[in-house]
Structure formats: C-alpha cells, structure tokens
Design a protein around this ligand. Structure first.
Ligand code: ATP
Ligand code: MG
Length: 456
C-alpha cells in the first residue's frame, strides 16, 4: 500500500477542521438545571459569578440530552487552575498530563478543566509528543473553540453554558446524537495516534449508548489497534474496568474483539480464541461478563479480582498442565508456578493492583482445596474470607466443565444450605466413599484424581 505524504503529516486543517458553532437555545433543548447535581451547579455559578465563562461539558451534556443519568459532571472554564484554586477552598490541583482542578464535596468530586489549546509549537514544558505522534504532555491553555477541537468525539464536544442555559455545539454533536453516531472530531488516524485509548473509548460509547461507530471513525481501528501497546499499563487497567465493569461488559468485550482491541489488552486470553468462540476460555468470558453485568444491574457489589481470575483460569490451567507434564511438578506446585507466570504476564499490559492479584491467587488456590472436604475441612473452608468467591467460581467452572466439577459445585451448594446434622452426614458419606483420605498424606501436596482440575 502506498502512503501519501499527507497521510503521515496532515496539516493543522486536516487534523482540526475549522469547527462551526451552533448555539442551541434553552427553548430548543431538554436539559434542565434540575438534572444537574447541586455541587456541579455551585461550581458553575461560582465561576460565572467571578466573571469567568463556565460550561458543563462532555458526558454530562451528552447523557442529559439522551435523558440518561450522567456518571459525573465535568466543567470547562476560561479560568486558569490557579484562578480556580483561589475561588474554591475545597480545591486540589491534580494531573501532570492534564492539569485539572478537583473541587471536593465530601466524596463527590467535580472536575474543572481550563480550556485547552493546540500544541503546534513544541514548547518543551507545555506540550510534548512522542515519535509515534502520541501526546505526552498537554498544558497549553486556549479558547473554547480550540478546546472543542481537541475533544475526542462530536457527541462529547457540546458545552452547556451556565450564563444563558444554551448549548454550544462545535462539532455537530447534536446531529450525531440524533443519528446515534460515534464520530471522531478531525482526522481519525491522527486522533488515534495522538491517543490510542480513543479506540477503546469509541467502542465503549458505541455499546453504552447503543450507537453505531461512524464509518471513517471505525475504519482505521483494527490496523491501529497495536498502538495500545504503547499505553502505560496503569491507564489501561483503569480503562479495562470502564470497559468491562460498567454494566455492558459482555457486549463491550465482543465488540473490542471484533476490532482486535481485546487481543492487545489480554494477549494470554486471546491465544485461546477460536473461530467459533468455543474454547473454555471463551465460554468463561461469556459467563463471567454476563454475570457481572447482571450484578451491576441488580446493584450488587462487583469485584475486579473475581472477573480477572475467571478470565485467566483456563490459560492458567493450560500452563499448569504443561508444567506437570514437562517438569513433573505436583498439581499444587504447578498451579502456584503457573499463577506467577500468568499474573506477571498480564500485569505487563494491564496493571492489576497487588491487592487484587492477591485475591485472584486466593480464588485459584481455593479451587484446589474445594474438592477436599473430609474431616473438619469442609467446615473450615466455609469460614474462609474468600469462600463465597471460590464457590461462585466453582459453579461457573461446573457449567463449563460439567461432570465432576459440576457435581462438586452441587455438593457445596447443598452443604451450605443444609443444617448442622445434614452437613455432618454429608461429610461422613464422603469418608465412607474414600476411607483413606486425609490420614497419611498430611504433609504431601494432595492430589484428588477424581476432581483433578484439567484444561483439556
Ligand atoms: P463517561 O464519564 O460517561 O464515561 P465522558 O464522555 O464524560 O463519559 P470522561 O472520560 O469523563 O468521558 O471525559 C470527559 C470528556 O473529556 C469527554 O466527554 C471528552 O470530551 C474529553 N475526553 C476524555 N478523554 C479524552 C481523550 N482521550 N481524548 C480527547 N478528549 C477526551
Ligand atoms: Mg465523564
């Protein structure tokens, strides 16, 4: 394929086409102050009262126009971070890449950003680009039109003006909202190169809002997906939670996968992918993401560790099987060593925090312990902190593996619901089946052949 020179270095007007402002007056839209949080309103009015321009922007405006509840309310202003700080006692300046003000109201935080400008002149300490064209630092202040041009999608570049309650639509976001389209502002390739995370955001908004991704916005994604490898693992961890734990995880995973994006974030998992989505890893992904979505809908707590543990379980078993075959490790040792390998590999792309990797290991180890129920073991297992997670995990495995695993999950289900005597009887039954269990083998790693975990 021939590369046109302009493809590599588009000039300013290709990247940031002149946007034209469309003002939607108060009479012409459905956003009412009733739907904006009190804290966001306080901040908007204080800025405005001090003579600054103050707008609600981004997801807040987009979601209100769609009659949805915004996740948060972001504010944009022509006041500089220092000026913002002087207006608010409860203000903290944060961020290196983007300098932002956080106005704190207890646990509620309102984010206030100063309009950002272009970064054509590479003045070292204000704006910096990597050789891939990625923005590293970005602290040039600008006008509201420039701020609009720098936003990702047209539907995210609408500003609600607290001065007269009108909406300033710079990039045709209102029309795209009506057409239900996720469309990047400017030249898609350049915008993805500047910040590859925009590819993930395109998928996320398409699923969450049930919009289509506009053709030119969608076209370059697959070829550019590998650019995600340059993004710091900490940022990708945050993004992966937004993708998979915001209530639309299952659909988001499927769409990410179509664009070769999921594969960049989870290479170990992707190596199990099949044409017909039939591997155990793929079955597990469907199960765990579906149940996460359902829990969120029911307002239940969700734990990222549980999700990652499930997603990585069959890659873990494959690795452990390999270690048992090649190095003749016991099952226990093989799982331990494979756990280290799998987690070390995964945190290279997605920086899962240590407190979660510790839980992931616990859930995995419990899978080795749940088959061993004789004597007092079953009673003790049930008292463990992570028992519930370990059991829920076993139930999902049962659905996929059927057979012994399914039986074991059913046993535990009955055991939990049973009274004291019934529990004792269930344990005694086990002991009469396998009389020698638990006597001599105390010190050796135990291998229950019947319930042996296996990835085949
Ligand atoms: P939600 O909060 O529902 O996930 P949002 O659109 O508010 O959606 P945020 O991540 O809160 O998304 O960002 C707020 C706004 O900042 C966006 O609407 C967009 O205008 C701008 N923005 C965020 N991330 C980027 C990015 N990577 N590139 C360009 N603009 C961005
Ligand atoms: Mg937001």
């Amino acid at each position: 394929m021939q590369m046109n020179k302009n493809d590599q270095t588009p000039n300013k007007n290709d990247v940031y086409p002149e946007l034209s402002l469309n003002v939607i007056t108060r009479q012409e839209h459905n956003i009412s102050r009733k739907h904006i949080s009190d804290n966001a309103l306080k901040v908007l009015y204080r800025l405005h009262g001090a003579g600054f321009e103050a707008f609600l922007v981004g997801g807040g405006v987009r979601d209100l126009l769609l009659d949805q509840n915004p996740k948060d309310f972001d504010i944009a202003t022509n006041a500089t971070p220092e000026e913002i700080r002087q207006l608010f006692k409860n203000c903290r300046l944060i961020g290196r890449r983007f300098r932002l003000a956080h106005i704190m109201f207890g646990r509620d935080i309102i984010e206030v950003a100063t309009f950002r400008g272009h970064h054509q002149e590479t003045t070292k300490n204000v704006s910096q680009q990597s050789k891939e064209g990625m923005l590293l630092r970005d602290n040039v202040y600008g006008t509201i039109d420039e701020d609009a041009e720098r936003r990702d999608f047209t539907i995210n570049a609408m500003y609600y003006n607290i001065g007269d309650y009108s909406i300033h639509d710079y990039a045709g976001g209102h029309e795209d909202l009506e057409d239900r389209l996720v469309r990047l502002i400017g030249d898609p390739q350049t915008r993805y190169r500047e910040d590859p995370v925009r590819m993930l955001r395109a998928i996320r908004f398409a699923v969450k809002l049930d919009f289509d991704i506009e053709e030119d916005t969608a076209a370059p994604i697959e070829d550019m997906s590998h650019l995600l490898q340059d993004i710091p693992a900490a940022r990708l961890y945050e993004e992966s939670l937004k993708m998979l734990q915001s209530g639309y995880g299952l659909e988001t995973y499927h769409l990410m996968r179509e664009y070769n994006l999921f594969q960049q974030l989870f290479p170990l998992i992707a190596s199990d992918f099949t044409q017909d989505y039939s591997s155990k890893t793929e079955q597990m992904l469907d199960l765990v993401l579906d149940s996460t979505d359902i829990r969120i809908e029911q307002g239940k707590r969700i734990n990222p560790a549980f999700m990652f543990a499930a997603m990585l379980w069959y890659p873990l078993l494959a690795r452990a099987d390999m270690l048992m075959a090649k190095r003749k490790l016991s099952e226990y040792d093989a799982i331990m060593e494979a756990s280290n390998y799998i987690l070390d590999e995964q945190v290279r792309t997605i920086a899962i925090p240590r407190r979660h990797t510790a839980t992931i290991r616990e859930i995995w180890q419990l899978q080795l312990r749940l088959p061993r129920r004789n004597g007092k073991r079953a009673f003790r297992l049930m008292e463990l902190n992570k028992f519930r997670a370990g059991f829920d995990f076993l139930e999902m495995r049962g659905e996929i593996e059927t057979g012994e695993t399914e039986q074991l999950a059913k046993w535990w289900q009955t055991f939990q619901n049973a009274g004291r005597e019934m529990r004792q009887a269930m344990v005694s039954d086990l002991e009469s089946d396998t009389p020698e269990q638990g006597k001599k083998r105390r010190r050796k790693p135990y291998r229950n052949k019947k319930n042996k975990v296996s990835s085949s």
